[in-house]
Design a protein around this ligand. Structure first.
Ligand code: APR
Length: 263
């Protein structure tokens, strides 16, 4: 492992446009379950509950399920805190190494850890949005209206449209700005750091494939507990284990490299 961290740190320290792609695995050490590991969220709740079609059939039912899930403690994002992996990525941004974090997560933990350039590929579950006028509001305000019985089916304060969490549901499009920024960054990057994602869900999983199709292909570093679905096709340096431990060691080694290069 030590040699591979040294190899990954060399790639990052010498990179010009390194970016990160993260998934739920970077947040499990913050107490938020991922989706497909044993005990993951999709073992607790049917992913179909997060499809836009089922939401539109009965939005009030969705919001009750959302509140029950939050009350169960399985997915309480508001109280979750960043872990060493989030802070290490923010540190590598401060060092000028990581230019952008593209995250599939909706937990806001990269921003809480201090990362500035964050692309919310699947939205952000701390906000709610009106599906008609796109107005945004804190999800806590909507949860309160549902929990107190004020509104069984929460409505937009501005236009009366239906309100849903500002996260991308299955069957919904990726936010256009997130998609375009991710595309530009993928075309520009020379080193892609993949952390805590099984790379099973598209179009996010297309990002590591696209950076390998370019000439010269970008180098891909993967940090995961288990190898991703695409590791044989895309991964140049595979680091298996805890994201919290490995990303922190990687950031420290990168910082040492940069200091040595400055001398
Ligand atoms: N350290 C390192 N890797 C971890 C850790 C950890 N502490 N915990 C979990 N992992 C790894 C798992 O081994 C797995 O490879 O993180 C990955 C999580 O994979 P998924 O559960 O499939 O999550 P993700 O890839 O983010 O899912 C993508 O699917 O359900 C949709 O919208 C949802 O954004 C999500 C998308």
């Amino acid at each position: 492992m030590h040699d591979r961290i040294e190899q990954a740190a060399d790639l990052l320290a010498r990179s010009r446009n390194a970016i990160a792609l993260t998934g739920a695995g970077i947040s499990t050490e913050s107490g938020i379950p991922d989706f497909r590991s044993p005990g993951g969220l999709w073992e607790i709740i049917d992913p179909g509950e997060f499809s836009i079609d089922r939401f539109l059939q009965n939005p009030g039912r969705f919001w009750r399920i959302h509140l029950d899930l939050k009350a169960s403690g399985h997915f309480d994002l508001a109280s979750a805190q960043p872990n060493p992996a989030h802070y290490a990525l923010a540190r590598m941004e401060q060092l000028g190494v990581i230019k952008t974090v593209i995250t599939q997560n909706v937990d806001n933990l990269h921003q809480k850890a201090g990362s500035i350039e964050v692309v919310e590929f699947h939205g952000n579950l701390l906000r709610a949005t009106c599906i008609k006028c796109r107005a945004l509001e804190p999800i806590g305000d909507v949860e309160a209206r549902v929990a107190t019985g004020e509104e069984g089916t929460p409505r937009c304060r501005k236009c009366g449209g239906l309100v849903k969490p500002d996260a991308v549901f299955f069957g919904e499009a990726i936010p256009p700005k997130a998609l375009s920024v991710s595309h530009v960054q993928s075309q520009r990057t020379d080193v892609l750091l993949v952390v805590g994602t099984s790379l099973q869900v598209y179009p996010a999983a297309q990002i590591p494939l696209s950076v390998k199709l370019r000439y010269p292909p970008a180098q891909v570093i993967e940090i995961n507990r288990e190898p991703s679905a695409l590791h044989k096709q895309v991964t140049d340096v595979l680091l298996l284990g805890s994201a919290g431990e490995i990303v922190q060691r990687l950031a420290e080694t990168v910082e040492e490299r940069i200091a040595a290069m400055a001398c």
